[in-house]
Design a protein around this ligand. Sequence first.
Ligand code: NAD
Length: 353
Amino acid sequence: MSLSFHYAGSPAHIAFGEGASQEVGSWIEKIGCRRALVLSTPQQKGDAEALAARIGPLAVGVFSGAVMHTPVDVTETAMRVVEESRADCVVSLGGGSTTGLGKAIAYRTDLPQIVIPTTYAGSEVTPILGQTEGGRKTTVKGTKILPEVVIYDATLTTGLPVGMSMTSGLNAMAHAVEALYAQDRNPISTLMAVEGLRAFRSALPKITTAPNDIEARAEGLYGAWLCGTVLGTVGMALHHKICHTFGGTFDTPHAETHAIMLPHTAGFNGVAVPELLQPVAKIFGGSVGGGLWDFAKSIGAPLALRDLGLTEADLDKASQIAVENPYWNPRPIDRSSIRALLQQAWEGRRPEN
Ligand code: NAD
């Protein structure tokens, strides 16, 4: 078949480099703003206050209440601070949880966002917002949600604990693996996905032994940008459906769930599209799922769903939910094949494929 695809590039500014976050004040001015509200989680409040102090008169305050899965009541509290402070932009300093809060504010106000990511989740380059209300997670997509400026500065990531660095990296890698077989993939998304996987293959082992290695940290952030970008441009499949099911219904931790599931979902789909996942087997060695599992084990990542507190009864429920309203997937799915896949992941067994 001749080559045929649709491609749309992102309009966001990407500023990448050691010390790049020193320029946040000039980015605030470049996008025509003067009153920035700095956002963070409670754990990163000190860093957010230091950033606000550095921004000086261009900062109108800090809101440090961001939490995972962007609960609507937290957004409403933050919205009151936005209004009282008359903020004209937000600066989100942190991982996907803080970026999620900035996106939720932008979705309601169209305020511009500057994001300074400190994990590898990749949310900063997607036009997607997931938010929770009454125990249900819903997702919205739109141009208002995509951050205007992303500043990647490896010096801010050396404090990310090694364990979280590994699971966050595997979370990002899952975006790239699913991009390789996405229905709407294009030559650029495939190039970015392969390069993102290569970057993490190189960076994560170095970070386990030397968390302060700035070059390895920069390579990890480079991988995060690539993998996040493909998440924002092409559709995700079975892997993301299963992880959203576990996160939404069983409140499992986001990055760990992705990290554990990736070798199993990739191995499962590798049976249907071996040629599309061939770069994964090549980068990680061995079979698609086996190579990813060996890599995850070698960097000390969690391997078994049972270690997240899930029971076998939860797997019955999760497999039912995962086959209801499924995302498009390259391999047909049914309840029993998904149940077997989850059993393998629950026990932490190495996938054969
Ligand atoms: P997170 O943002 O919840 O961060 C985890 C913890 O690590 C937090 O306490 C945070 O303060 C801390 N932390 C972050 N960076 C640190 C650093 N450099 N040093 C020390 N501590 C640090 O975790 P996450 O995995 O980045 O994000 C998960 C959230 O992001 C989920 O809600 C998920 O749904 C969302 N997400 C959304 C998208 C999207 O496109 N919409 C993509 C990926 C993830």
